[in-house]
Design a protein around this ligand. Structure first.
Ligand SMILES: Cc1cc2nc3c(=O)[nH]c(=O)nc-3n(C[C@H](O)[C@H](O)[C@H](O)COP(=O)(O)OP(=O)(O)OC[C@H]3O[C@@H](n4cnc5c(N)ncnc54)[C@H](O)[C@@H]3O)c2cc1C
Length: 602
């Protein structure tokens, strides 16, 4: 047990005292007193426990404001530590648990001499609606004699026949990629009737349809789905078709209600009935559903940005967006121009070079590159690796540690990591820059994760293709593409690049474009931009939002939600989205604190 020298108290006693003071102030409904327990510069991140929102408040004023609005209805109590706190560099780290009027919650506290520096509070279950897990798992078999016995398969069949015909689902999730599937699994566990619809033929087809060389860039420890970890022999970086098969299998074993070959055509919300009308094309049959909640899990990488260029109609070769790129096989010996210099561009260039295509990459703006080995070791190793697991950092714990870092200061934790990577791979970066590649580390040198969270683009996790650019095997050209001719791509400075194939590796648009397509432009504008933090850095305009815009939390359009992100985010945040939906399903009051304002349309 660590002991604080000056006071003679242990870290455990310090944390216990803080929690007791906090609880007493809450019980007295004294927001100012509770806020006084925080440091002058402090952050409280709440995921649904107090606010029915994902929100971060800052400093004592922010804490007091949050509490004035929420403490009565939340009625939080029984704060306690869930393991022995630790102390390093003057900061005490404590894992905590507590309960609210309607649920059970856990979180994390960082204490300094001045008070709470960071507090994370997260709801994980609703009282009376606990998930049937462990001791509470379903029996499966029904022992005894029963003339009206209904088997599991019969019950499943009956449910699928009724749903959408004689019984409405409470939630429709549009998009059955990993996001929709993970949410569907959680809704099944929570007993919320749902349908996940996807236009593809089979779960996993989102991954099957991508270019053939693709493997996950994130390692297995980062990628587990809710409830069911990958087996111990799962590869570190899963090939795309393997992850696709896993998603298909997972959909089945987790009993997600999943309609394949089903395209959502439109959705309209009726303010008086508080119901959506969702029109679907299910393998040629038109079906209209009336759910109370609509989730768009249509993918951050779903709305391709394809530049409109003069001459695209006269170009005689082939041209497609990276999302349509089939892989390199048909392009051996062909001249290929890949426009863009981020992940997809590099992966595609590398695979084309391997089959003997003549490849040119057009870089339009600078890119951040980090070598996969270095990222795994220095960026993710302490949280998501075999080393982390051996040290007791399970994926769930790692998710909570990650969540405990407020976005406002997350870059300060990232900067030293990327400084170390820069040092370790100095020779690599020197070669890349000598080849004329424009490289950056993010506006404030905070690297890849911050770029991902802020703008979802602008980087490449190098698995080998960067060397091809550095040594000239893949030709690198800088410039802006202005037009296409019959056989070439033309740049602003007059450069002509002959091409049989042009690949637009030009990224994806904001997810609220899906709201415009499926619902209306009016609703898309009402909801505003999806993703980003408002950091004021490139492609993430301010003002500061505190959380990712519109993701996994209430939006300005009642009963409309956005879900998605990488496998880590799909896993972690699907819990909070599922709990928000479940609470509404059960008629539990969900007063939302700090509903996000809209500052940008897209
Ligand atoms: C090349 C590439 C590499 C990537 N590598 C990684 C990685 O290593 N790790 C990682 O975590 N992420 C990676 N990603 C990001 C990846 O896109 C997401 O992690 C993942 O696919 C997102 O899942 P999702 O469920 O949010 O969206 P998606 O997988 O895009 O699924 C969205 C689904 O919505 C469906 N849909 C859209 N509109 C409709 C409609 N109107 N009706 C019915 N269905 C509809 C689509 O058919 C699609 O299946 C990569 C992405 C790309 C493009």
């Amino acid at each position: 047990m660590t002991q604080t020298l000056e006071t003679g108290t242990t870290t455990q006693e310090r944390v216990d005292a803080w929690l007791a003071d906090f609880e007493a102030a809450l019980a007295a409904r004294d927001a100012e007193r509770a806020a006084g327990l925080f440091a002058t510069t402090s952050f409280w991140r709440d995921l649904v426990a107090f606010t029915w929102n994902l929100t971060t408040v800052e400093n004592r004023d922010g804490v007091a404001d949050l509490l004035r609005a929420t403490m009565e209805s939340t009625d939080a109590r029984n704060f306690h530590t869930t393991e022995e706190p630790t102390e390093a560099d003057g900061v005490v780290d404590a894992w905590i648990g507590f309960e609210t009027a309607v649920g059970r919650a856990r979180g994390h506290l960082r204490l300094t001499d001045e008070g709470a520096w960071t507090l994370l509070t997260t709801l994980y279950e609703l009282k009376g609606h606990e998930e049937p897990l462990g001791e509470a798992r379903p029996m499966g078999a029904e022992h005894g004699a029963n003339r009206n016995r209904v088997t599991w398969a019969e019950a499943r069949r009956a449910e699928s026949e009724e749903l959408g015909r004689t019984r409405e689902p409470y939630v429709v999730v549009v998009g059955g990629g990993q996001g929709g599937i993970a949410l569907g699994a959680r809704l099944r566990q929570l007993g919320v009737s749902h349908v996940v619809v996807d236009r593809y033929d089979r779960p996993g087809d989102q991954w099957r349809s991508r270019y053939k060389s693709l493997c996950l860039h994130d390692p297995v420890w980062y990628d587990h789905l809710p409830y069911l970890d990958f087996p111990k022999n799962w590869p570190v970086f899963a090939p795309k078709d393997k992850i696709a098969d896993w998603l298909e299998f997972y959909t089945k074993v987790m009993e997600v209600t999943y309609w394949s070959k089903t395209t959502c055509r439109s959705a309209t919300f009726d303010d008086s009935t508080k119901e959506w009308t969702v029109v679907l094309d299910r393998d040629g049959e038109e079906i209209t559903l009336h759910p109370k909640q609509l989730v768009l899990a249509t993918g951050m990488s779903g709305k391709p940005n394809v530049p409109e260029l003069p001459g695209q109609d006269v170009f005689r070769g082939e041209q497609h967006h990276s999302s349509q790129h089939p892989g390199p096989d048909a392009y051996k010996g062909k001249k290929v121009v890949v426009i863009g210099s981020n992940n997809s561009a590099f992966d595609i260039c590398g695979a084309l070079w391997e089959v003997g295509a003549d490849v040119t990459m057009v870089q339009r703006s600078s890119t951040h590159i980090v070598k996969s080995d270095s990222l795994m070791d220095l960026g993710l190793g302490d949280l998501y690796s075999e080393r982390a697991v051996a040290a007791g950092v399970t994926t769930q714990k790692a998710d909570m540690i990650f969540a405990s870092l407020p976005y406002r200061i997350m870059h300060t934790f990232q900067q030293p990591v990327y400084a170390a990577i820069k040092e370790r791979d100095r020779e690599f970066y020197d070669r890349l820059e000598a080849a004329g590649f424009q490289h950056d580390w993010g506006d404030d040198d905070s690297g890849l994760f911050m770029k991902y969270l802020r703008r979802g683009s602008g980087y490449y996790i190098d698995v080998g293709a960067a060397d091809l650019v550095a040594n000239g095997d893949v030709r690198l050209v800088q410039g802006q593409v202005v037009s296409l001719s019959e056989n070439a791509v033309q740049l602003k400075d007059g450069t002509e690049l002959e091409a049989d194939l042009v690949v637009y590796a030009t990224g994806y648009g904001s997810m609220n474009g899906w709201a415009a397509d499926l619902i209306s432009q009016e609703v898309a504008d009402k909801v505003g931009k999806v993703w980003g933090l408002g950091s004021g850095t490139t492609k993430d305009p301010g003002p500061w939002e505190g959380e990712q815009r519109n993701m996994w939390k209430p939006t300005q359009q009642e009963a409309l939600w956005f879900h998605g992100g990488n496998l880590h985010q799909s896993r972690h945040y699907s819990l909070y989205l599922a709990l928000q939906l479940k609470a509404r399903h059960e008629g539990i009051p969900t007063p939302v604190y700090g509903l996000q304002e809209v500052h940008h349309l897209r």
